[in-house]
Design a protein around this ligand. Structure first.
Ligand code: MN
Ligand code: MN
Length: 415
């Protein structure tokens, strides 16, 4: 048994005195390590009020910024962003909005786009300098893509489905049915913009007519009616049956792996009474060589366990429900932020974090990693797979109690 330390005594004191009045000199107590002495518990209450200009509606969205937990400390780059305050580019046929590293400095690995295509709305034939990963949140969409060996792929996707187009592979998207679709796009470069892409109309309009005639083996006046400004998103006609479109492009052969994937129907890699984790990385969704993704559902009152990712930053798209995320880094630095549907979170590689459902409904978010293979290490897994006597000397916790920590990587707790 480890002798009682000053820390033990302080911890017992804090546990016994729940109604601690905020005064100065509360530093270094359980739940408030305070080095440096930051946080309301160290402050004269007269200095805690906030009489200045404010927007109460906006302020109310960020309780953890207004009143940080006493364990928060130090500075950390802002890891909260949102599509909710991103301007929409609206055109006939649909709209899009984006958050790139230009708007969100920490987001070095990926950028994000939220797009809607109405019934028949077409995102014109184009390609990118970055790879594109997509996740359907509403409706149905038809995707087309061509690989460098001339093998075409056409497929319809629905809510919960993914696509992946490697950098430079030309593709298109079109909303289907009476309500079209909405989806998330992630590019595997933080500065990639959906507003600056290589478009078929731009190229044709900016190529001399005699070159077009020579290239396609037809008279130049074939091209006299081409659009002189790009279409980007435009209103199209509902396409015909999927099998007819697939048959029309089948001559080049089929690509070796599908460019779409049903993530929503993939068996969970983790399932507890607290929720599920579903994974798609290049081990399963083989074409997705630069993006791994996990769709995470956390039940009310439950939490995504303390963990980190050794091989990639985590970019999050919050789909439904609400929660808070605490992020830990060397320094020490610890910061907590609140998230709701349409928000974006970011955790740098190797920073510890947890995500707690703070609402009354299921929380669901997507976690995106720029890596071929998903990796995670859990704090509980680490502490239960290290000799107990060694851990006990670090934390002053009885080895018999350590043995009760989850040792099976539950992912979601309570397990
Ligand atoms: Mn694209
Ligand atoms: Mn994570």
């Amino acid at each position: 048994m480890v002798p009682f330390s000053r820390r033990d005594i302080l911890a017992l004191g804090a546990a016994g005195g729940a109604a601690v009045v905020a005064t100065a000199a509360q530093a270094a107590s359980f739940g408030n390590p305070d080095s440096p002495a930051q946080g309301a518990i160290n402050a004269n209450p007269a200095g805690l009020s906030d009489p200045g200009p404010k927007n109460p509606a906006l302020e109310s969205q960020f309780p953890s910024f207004q009143t940080p937990p006493a364990t928060d400390v130090g500075d950390m780059p802002l890891f909260w962003a949102s599509f909710n305050n991103a301007p929409k580019r609206i055109q006939n046929g649909g709209w899009a909005r984006q958050v790139t590293q230009a708007d969100f400095a920490i987001s070095e690995a990926v950028s994000g786009v939220n797009m809607r295509l109405g019934p028949g709305g077409i995102r014109e034939l184009h390609w990118h300098l970055a790879a594109e990963w997509g996740y359907m949140t509403n409706g149905r969409c038809r995707v087309t893509v061509l690989d460098p060996k001339g093998r075409a792929y056409v497929q319809d996707v629905k809510e919960g489905d993914l696509w992946y187009f490697p950098a430079g592979y030309p593709h298109s998207l079109q909303g289907l049915g009476s309500d079209g679709c909405e989806f998330l796009i992630v590019f595997d470069q933080g500065m990639a913009s959906e507003y600056n892409t290589t478009l078929v109309t731009d190229w044709i309009a900016h190529t001399p007519p005699e070159i077009l005639a020579l290239n396609f083996g037809v008279p130049a006046d074939v091209f006299k009616s081409i659009p002189l400004r790009d279409l980007w998103i435009f209103q199209g006609k509902e396409p015909g049956p999927l099998d007819a479109d697939q048959a029309a492009v089948a001559a080049g052969g089929a690509p070796p792996n599908p460019f779409t994937w049903q993530l929503g129907e993939t068996p969970p890699i983790k399932e507890t009474r607290s929720g599920t984790l579903r994974l798609a990385d290049s081990m399963s969704f083989r074409v997705s060589t630069t993006i791994a993704s996990v769709v995470e559902t956390v039940k009310p009152g439950a939490m995504r366990e303390l963990h980190w990712h050794p091989n990639a930053d985590e970019w999050q798209y919050w789909i439904k429900g609400e929660g808070r995320m605490g992020v830990f880094d060397a320094g020490p630095r610890a910061q907590t932020a609140d998230f709701k549907a349409g928000d974006i979170g970011y955790v740098k590689k190797n920073q510890g974090h947890y995500i707690q459902n703070t609402g009354t409904t299921d929380l669901q978010f997507l976690a995106i990693f720029k890596t071929p293979e998903y990796q995670e290490i859990g704090l509980s897994d680490w502490l239960t797979h290290t000799p107990a006597a060694l851990v006990a000397q670090h934390l002053n916790i009885d080895p018999a109690v350590l043995a009760k920590f989850p040792s099976n990587q539950p992912g979601l707790v309570p397990a």
